[in-house]
Design a protein around this ligand. Structure first.
Ligand code: AMP
Ligand code: MG
Length: 423
């Protein structure tokens, strides 16, 4: 389904840096091409497939930003109060064509069209009204409290660009411009399964040596947040023949297949063998911690293009980190979204840390306001890749860049919230 060549993931270097990985994704993966038109309500989370130009000005006409009095600025005395006659009244939506004559003011309300000749609006709190006359203080600037037609968006300009992941504010802007539908890329179809003889469905009878599957629901939720349609293929035993059959079936009708577990170099790591048998597998030794090598490949389908394949590790924290740092950029690219710029926010490390050079490390932290007012990042006491509570008891990840080897307590470090990483 996806536009993938067999060697699109090929990479021969020893260790792939995250920024090189994102570059490779941009160069070698093409987004799905099919589009559909969706009503505004329901477009949130979808990926805009072409630029949207404003069909009208926003606001569509000059109007008042406040409740007050519209005047012509030239009538105001620069050196003292000015008193003018109130010549009319304009509510929002009023369609009268009032024209202001010299010496006149008009009572006006927020959103009402500016009367002809008026260019400035006084807030009602700033004036005194008596016997149909209104007195204004000096000093208000020309154009104050007036909103000009097109000052937000001039008709004809591009307001939303292709690749935008539509959020509430984007559809609100489209609505303000009078649009009712938007053209978006079709949703990605993603199949997932867990692997492992020891993995069982939550709620099922569990033998003393089995664990409940948490990776599949984790992936399902992460994928659905990103707008994918997920096919849940369940849990597969560590059996290469069965894995091959299932993978081959999933190759048709899906853009991407994601598995967890069974991709390291242990003897029971059959996912790797299964993919090698039916498709094309490469390993990206991504320079990232946590996250061991991530398996990538292409699984052919009977007809048309194959599906991309990503084999994630089995440990839940490694699944999470490799998902947000490897799968998410891949998914955004496939779905036609622009690469997003995740900007780590500066916080203060409450701990010292040593790391290897040339790899990017992610540390699970909770945020707390220190007595001096600064925001401090507290490292979770358990940093094993299997510790799920290290994700539920923290707020996000600190990102330590490749060139750094030591972080001292008190250092300024970059924080990425889970909300930002999953959005
Ligand atoms: P693996 O990569 O298959 O060697 O698995 C690494 C660790 O992750 C093992 O302790 C597995 O039991 C665990 N694991 C694998 N898959 C899952 C899953 N779906 N849910 C929870 N834990 C898992
Ligand atoms: Mg396993």
């Amino acid at each position: 389904m996806a536009q993938l060549s067999d060697d699109c993931f090929a990479f021969s270097g020893p260790l792939l840096r995250l920024d090189d990985m994102e570059r490779l994704i941009g160069e070698r993966i093409s987004p799905v091409v099919e589009t559909e038109r969706v009503p505004l309500h329901g477009a949130r989370g979808r990926i805009l497939s072409s630029d949207v130009k404003a069909p009208v000005n926003l606001p569509p006409f000059d109007n008042s930003a406040v409740d007050g009095y519209a005047v012509r600025h030239a009538d105001l005395r620069p050196d003292g109060d000015t008193t003018l006659v109130v010549a009319g009244r304009l509510m929002a939506g009023a369609r009268e064509n009032l024209s202001l004559k010299p010496g006149e003011a008009v009572r006006i309300f927020t959103g009402a069209a500016m009367p002809k000749g008026a260019d400035t609006v006084f807030m009602q709190e700033d004036v005194t009204v008596e016997d149909g006359r209104v007195t204004f203080p000096k000093g208000l600037k020309l154009g104050a409290n007036r909103r000009l037609a097109g000052e937000d968006v001039p008709a004809g300009v591009t307001v939303l660009s292709a690749g935008t992941v539509l959020e509430a504010q984007h559809v609100a802007l489209a609505a303000a411009l009078g649009l009712t539908v938007l053209t978006v890329r079709r949703r990605l179809k993603v199949a997932i399964f867990s692997t492992g003889d020891e993995v069982v469905e939550p709620g099922a009878a569990r033998s003393s040596t089995a664990v409940f599957d948490s990776n599949r629901i984790l992936l399902m939720e992460l994928l659905e947040r990103l707008g994918a349609v997920v096919t849940d293929l369940g849990i597969l035993a560590d059996d290469p023949d069965r894995l091959s059959v299932k993978l081959r079936q999933a190759g048709s009708g899906h853009d991407l297949i994601i598995t967890t577990g069974g991709v390291s170099t242990g003897e029971a790591d059959y996912v790797r063998k299964a993919v090698e048998t039916i498709g094309n597998l490469v390993f990206w030794r991504v320079a990232i911690k946590p996250g061991r090598p991530v398996a990538l490949g292409v699984i052919p389908s009977g007809v048309g293009q194959g599906a991309a394949f990503v084999g994630l590790p089995g440990n839940p924290v490694a699944v999470f980190v490799t998902f947000v740092r490897v799968v998410r950029p891949l998914l955004r690219r496939l779905s036609g979204a622009r690469p997003d710029k995740l900007v780590p926010l500066p916080v203060r490390a409450a701990f010292a840390y040593r790391k290897k050079k040339d790899r990017r490390e992610y540390v699970r932290v909770a945020l707390k306001r220190a007595p001096d007012g600064e925001i401090e990042a507290i490292k979770h006491p358990q940093d094993g890749a299997g510790i799920l509570t290290s994700l539920t008891e923290t707020d996000g990840l600190l990102e330590f860049p490749e060139d750094v080897t030591a972080i001292e307590a008190g250092a300024r470090v970059g924080f990425l919230s889970y909300a930002a990483l999953m959005g």
